[in-house]
Design a protein around this ligand. Structure first.
Ligand code: 1CP
Length: 362
């Protein structure tokens, strides 16, 4: 398994070609996911190990990605912490949000891990099926992002309730974030024991924080999780949307890989980050909405900017959009593979423009 391109890139070791996978690679843009989804709602798929395992494997089979990510959701562990979740019009909702200091649980429930067994079982099933060179990524939400869902009761544009809670009840807010950090460390540790060979922490909404606030409300808790997982030796990936202003702090978290969005060009990101961490990213998911030649060109532009430096994993800057044409995802993977061939044949960074959009992935 040490031969996995993905794991080698996470460790900034040289690779024969850039590994590629996509955030939200299992999901609504895939017809085979839609077929399962027509018979089972989203939470049922998450809670049924056989279904979760099947949808995890679908994109790996179809596209030949270099990593799988377990099908679940960042909100799933919140239920095991005592906060029921529901999807209303496809948007996540916390039915009993945190509104006051007394709503913050005193401790992680004794049956927290037991309540998440379906995730660990799904991981076991996936690991039995994956080819040996394709590792499985486990994941969880980071404390700020999870805390914002708990306090807002769902998604938010301004995080007004979250920030009000932070400012008015700072002691309870820190207690909540600490509890979430410990729970996430337990959940990720259990995923690793079940077979996950890398973990990704999604701090999707932490980009809403100015750097001084990030250092108070996010950094200590992300670092606590990274430190707890350090002894496992598995690569720890940290994703932050809109996080370019947080770069110094993100490096300080102790993550092995920073997953970045598209707002900073890849050549500049490489110069700044590669001395410290590996980089995952950074194609804007909306750039997969045009034709497939365009998708391939966008990928080639990013790979040219990396210019063969070790420590890059090709990915999107945020999750794939449900309206993305499947052919464009095929084109993305093909462009990454073609870039290797271009390098192999010493033709510099020229890609094979003549490759048709309709050739399947092998
Ligand atoms: O079928 C459906 O209707 C459900 C759509 C869906 C899917 C496929 C949701 C609802 N979650 C997921 C799966 C999911 N979520 C994965 C699976 C593995 C994969 O990548 O293939 C992962 C890693 C997540 C992580 C997740 N969930 C994040 C972090 C990443 C990100 O997108 O920023 C967040 C914020 C969530 C919450 C969530 N779950 C679902 C939705 C629509 C949302 C976002 C809601 C919002 O904007 O607040």
């Amino acid at each position: 398994m040490s031969e996995s391109l993905f794991l080698r890139a996470c460790r900034r070791e040289p690779v024969a070609r850039t590994p590629v996978w996509m955030m939200r690679q299992a999901g609504r843009y895939l017809p085979e996911y839609q077929q399962i989804r027509a018979k089972a709602d989203f939470l049922t798929i998450c809670r049924t190990p056989e279904l979760a395992a099947e949808v995890t494997l679908q994109p790996v089979r179809r596209f030949g990605f270099d990593a799988a990510i377990i099908f679940s959701d960042i909100l799933i562990p919140l239920e095991a912490l005592g906060f029921p979740i529901a999807f209303v019009n496809d948007r996540p909702t916390i039915t009993e949000p945190v509104g006051s200091a007394s709503d913050v649980p005193e401790a992680i429930p004794d049956d927290f891990e037991a309540g998440l067994q379906f995730v660990y079982q799904a991981i076991g099933l996936v690991c039995n099926e994956l080819p040996s060179h394709v590792p499985l990524i486990g994941f969880a939400g980071a404390p700020f992002t999870l805390g914002s869902y708990l306090i807002e009761g769902g998604g938010s544009r301004t995080y007004a309730k979250t920030k009000t809670f932070f400012y008015e009840c700072p002691e309870a807010a820190h207690r909540l974030l600490g509890l979430l950090a410990d729970a996430v460390a337990v959940h990720l540790g259990a995923q690793i024991r079940a077979g996950a060979q890398a973990v990704q922490l999604f701090d999707s909404w932490a980009g809403a924080l100015a750097e001084d606030e990030y250092r108070v409300w996010a950094l200590p808790y992300v670092r606590r999780i990274m430190e707890a997982l350090g002894p496992t030796g598995v690569p720890r990936i940290l994703y932050t949307l809109n996080g370019a202003h947080l770069t110094d702090s993100l490096i300080e978290t102790g993550a092995d890989v920073l997953s970045i969005d598209w707002r900073v060009p890849m050549d500049r990101a490489c110069d700044r980050l590669l001395p410290h961490v590996a980089i995952q990213g950074n194609l804007d998911p909306t750039r997969l909405l045009g034709g497939c030649n365009r998708a391939m060109q966008e990928v080639t532009t990013i790979l040219d900017m990396v210019n063969g430096r070790p420590g890059h994993i090709m990915n999107l800057g945020h999750g794939v959009l449900p309206s993305t044409p499947v052919e464009n995802v095929e084109a993305l993977v093909r462009a990454v593979h073609a870039h290797r061939r271009a390098l192999d044949s010493s033709t510099g960074s020229q890609r094979s423009d003549e490759e048709s959009c309709h050739v399947g992935i092998v």
